[in-house]
Design a protein around this ligand. Structure first.
Ligand code: PTJ
Length: 254
């Protein structure tokens, strides 16, 4: 049972934190994942803990890009498995993307736990689990280099929530289109991806599913136009300005 009273002014944020701690206790999240969450939490605080206009634009572009893809793959790590397993599987179903488990802190036991939670939340096919189909992504030394031949390796669009910068770079070099969710607009991943959604995955994954559903009624031309009109550098800049404006507003009352 949660020790956080619903009336607590920061209940929402504390409950998300609790989800991650529970995920750690269940063997889904790496110890380092707790620290990664802390960094994200700090940026969420500075962004106002809401999905801002720039994030909504990025979500729209991401949805269009996923719908245009021939083989979109969602990469799953420990934090995602703990924070929003149901929502990420729902996104896969709505968008036609496949899911692949890919860990930075490789650990077979944790991988098994993640597969179990994904299945429990409705996943049918999970890639990245059969060693007979594994291959390596060049230009990458971390465990993330081990990918599925039929998944990330073959994908044209890869969705990498809560990522470390190296792989985004390697994926781009391999000619993939990279979509990421990252609360830190300054991170290497954010700066390197084609489309960066600066928002908490807890809010943004569901919104991306809703947007995919809405945009699926559009034709290819319209979707291509949405992607073409999106500028990731400008979007990141808008997010940094948002943080600056929030800080300026708060400093007036200091
Ligand atoms: O499960 P594994 O072994 O694959 O490891 C996963 C982590 C997350 C530990 C690994 O990928 C990692 O170390 O990531 P980084 O380099 O710390 O980057 C994570 C990024 O995600 C940071 O820029 C955070 O600000 C951001 N972030 C953290 N929590 C959230 C987030 N972005 C969106 N929503 C969040 N809830």
């Amino acid at each position: 049972m949660s020790l956080i009273p619903k009336s607590h002014p920061r209940a929402k944020s504390l409950l998300i934190r609790e989800k991650l701690v529970l995920g750690f206790e269940q063997g889904l999240v790496a110890r380092e994942g707790l620290l990664a969450h802390g960094r994200g939490e700090a940026f969420d605080y500075l962004l106002g803990e809401k999905t801002n206009k720039a994030a909504k634009q990025a979500i729209k572009a991401a949805a269009a890009q996923i719908l245009l893809a021939k083989l979109p793959i969602i990469s799953i790590n420990g934090n995602i498995a703990a924070l929003c397993p149901k929502e990420i599987i729902n996104l896969a179903k709505i968008s036609g993307a496949k899911v692949e488990v890919n860990l930075f802190y490789a650990n077979e036991k944790r991988k098994k736990n993640i597969i179990k939670i994904l299945k429990k939340n409705g996943a049918n096919e999970i890639l990245g689990i059969n060693p007979n189909f594994s291959t390596t992504l060049s230009g990458l030394d971390s465990a993330r280099r081990i990918v599925d031949k039929n998944g990330i390796f073959a994908a044209d669009v890869v969705i990498v929530p809560l990522e470390d910068g190296d792989r985004t770079m390697a994926l781009r070099k391999a000619g993939k289109i990279v979509i990421t969710f990252d609360l830190n607009p300054l991170s290497r991943t954010s700066q390197t991806a084609n489309i960066t959604i600066i928002d908490n995955v807890i809010r943004a994954v569901e919104l991306l599913s809703i947007t995919c559903k809405k945009l699926s009624k559009n034709n290819k031309n319209t979707l291509e136009k949405i992607v073409k009109n999106f500028n990731n550098k400008k979007n990141l800049s808008d997010n940094i300005i948002e943080i600056r404006n929030n800080l300026t507003r708060r400093s007036r009352f200091a």
